[in-house]
Write a protein that binds this ligand. Structure first.
Ligand SMILES: Nc1ncnc2c1ncn2[C@@H]1O[C@H](COP(=O)(O)OP(=O)(O)OP(=O)(O)O)[C@@H](O)[C@H]1O
Ligand SMILES: [Mg+2]
Length: 485
């Protein structure tokens, strides 16, 4: 199918000029002098790229930009104007324009920008970026896709497009729950290594020596428990991509070994002399500033530079609230399907309530809240009431040094406010087994959350929960929880 280019300008002469410029390119060209018809053409024709003049009668080009970005957030839009005002340029970029050009056109530059805008659009469609969530298929709902259409995310998609195919190391920084692992997978999925292995290792989940043998392997007899040779993740992943999560927690000695892999693609197994050569792309992530760790001499500066060949920063959710409706809609669809419900979406009031939250846990927190709200929702639209008790719970869980009491009073209040709205329903449904069902649910939830937090490492999970490993194994079996993600 041919790509489509929509051009809106009230000056017929410019339309003809641009039509001639792009005539030889393998694109279908749609010309419009009327702003309203241009919006309609986006609905009916799904163009890949649009060139919009800012000064057109009826709706201004900026209004058209806003409207068409709502219809198709993935469309690459180039704004043009005869007047050089920075405000227009800022407005245009703020509303997600791909580029802003002034007239008279430098034709070569325009052609180049259109080509890049087209590549960006095709890539965005490929990374299944922020389309209207109606267009998200069932399979995609199951496999955790990454979406977003705010200007910061668009910059991220553009960068992914530029660097995915290279072998450059990547560093992803961002607070917990902002989507670092998902972004790492999006880079991998769009790289030429997509058909090779992707392995994720959490550098904070293992003590120094265990992490060393996890990454680089060990020889038989290298240490007391080394009964046989073990092939490490770098060797398992030869030709593929390794995702090193929480890289800031890596010890200085392991950092040295990693630097050597990055520089020379070689290392030795623990206790071995043979030099192993591998070809692995490294994507690392951290939820605190690595530069700060460098200043505190906890992280090597040379490794920091080596990792940061390409660097991404995922902003907290509260700095990209315009993406919240899109994300919320995606999660409602996902959980509605999972719980076999027919929930159509969120009411404006519910959305408004969500927009006002601080979202310290970022997208993960939003996802979890929508999960619970969907589960308990009785109707086919999520209302503010469906969220109120869940959101009220938060102060109860705000653990400050003063209110963490061994007696669990704070948690008691929080659970009361969580259970109270649904308690009669539970009593009716579970008559005679309320105690067992609810405590089992709570125990299962605790184990589930602790596993996620410990990156599915059973030793760390048991330690975190303060239970023995045997008890943990028993509960995993009893509740049929898988201890791998
Ligand atoms: N842009 C997004 N679109 C859809 N889902 C998202 C997006 N960002 C994050 N999520 C979801 O939020 C959850 C957290 O994402 P992820 O695990 O990638 O975050 P993280 O930054 O690695 O967090 P942590 O630092 O705690 O490991 C996941 O369930 C993920 O699917
Ligand atoms: Mg993560």
């Amino acid at each position: 199918m041919k790509s489509k280019l929509l051009i809106l300008d009230d000056d017929e002469a410019i339309l003809q000029l641009l039509a001639a410029v792009f005539e030889d390119d393998d694109m279908e060209i749609i010309l419009e002098t009327d702003s309203e018809s241009a919006v309609n053409r986006v609905v009916s024709e799904h163009p890949n790229v649009a060139i919009l003049d800012i000064c057109v009668p009826k709706k201004s080009g900026l209004e058209v930009l806003r409207e068409i970005k709502q219809i198709d957030p993935g469309l690459s839009v180039i704004m043009t104007t005869g007047y050089r005002t920075t405000q227009n340029a800022i407005e245009a970029m703020k509303h997600g324009a791909y580029e802003y050009l002034t007239k008279p056109f430098d034709i070569e530059k325009l052609k180049d920008v259109v080509q890049k805008a087209l590549e960006c659009n095709l890539l965005n469609r490929k990374v299944r970026y922020a389309e209207l969530s109606d267009q998200i298929s069932d399979a995609e709902l199951e496999e955790d896709i990454m979406i977003g259409s705010c200007p910061q995310m668009i910059q991220i998609w553009k960068m992914v497009g530029k660097i995915a195919d290279s072998d450059a190391s990547v560093l992803i920084q961002g607070a917990s729950g902002t989507g670092k692992e998902l972004l790492a997978r999006a880079i991998y999925n769009n790289s030429k290594r997509a058909d090779k292995t992707f392995l994720a290792v959490n550098c904070a989940a293992l003590p120094e020596t265990l992490l060393e043998s996890e990454l680089f392997g060990h020889e038989k007899g290298a240490f007391t428990d080394a009964h046989c040779r073990r092939i490490g993740k770098f060797e398992q992943c030869d030709g593929g991509t390794i995702f090193l999560d929480e890289i800031g927690e890596m010890s200085l000695s392991n950092q040295g070994k990693l630097l050597r892999v990055l520089e020379n693609q070689e290392f030795e197994r623990v206790g071995g002399n043979e030099t192993i050569k591998v070809n692995v792309r490294v994507i690392a992530a951290t939820n605190f500033s690595l530069m700060k760790a460098v200043n505190e001499k906890k992280f090597r500066l040379d490794l920091f530079y080596r990792l940061r060949v390409v660097s991404f920063y995922l902003p907290p959710l509260r700095e990209r609230l315009e993406d919240l409706p899109l994300l919320a809609d995606l999660f409602v669809k996902k959980y509605s399907r999972q719980y076999d419900k027919r929930i159509k979406g969120l009411s404006p009031g519910a959305l408004d309530l969500l927009q006002k939250q601080p979202w310290e846990g970022n997208v993960r927190e939003l996802k979890n809240i929508i999960n619970s709200a969907t589960l308990f929702c009785k109707g086919d639209i999520l209302l503010p009431e469906d969220f109120e008790s869940l959101l009220q719970v938060k102060p109860g869980f705000k653990v400050t040094e003063i209110n963490v009491q061994r007696s669990g009073d704070e948690y008691f209040k929080a659970f009361c406010s969580l259970l109270e709205p649904v308690f009669s329903e539970i009593c009716e449904k579970e008559n005679g087994s309320v105690y067992d069902t609810i405590s089992a649910g709570l125990e299962k939830a605790l184990i589930h959350l602790a596993l996620i937090r410990s990156n599915y490492n059973q030793v760390t999970t048991a330690k975190l929960l303060g239970i023995s490993r045997n008890t943990l194994r028993d509960r995993l079996e009893r509740y049929k929880i898988s201890s791998t993600e």
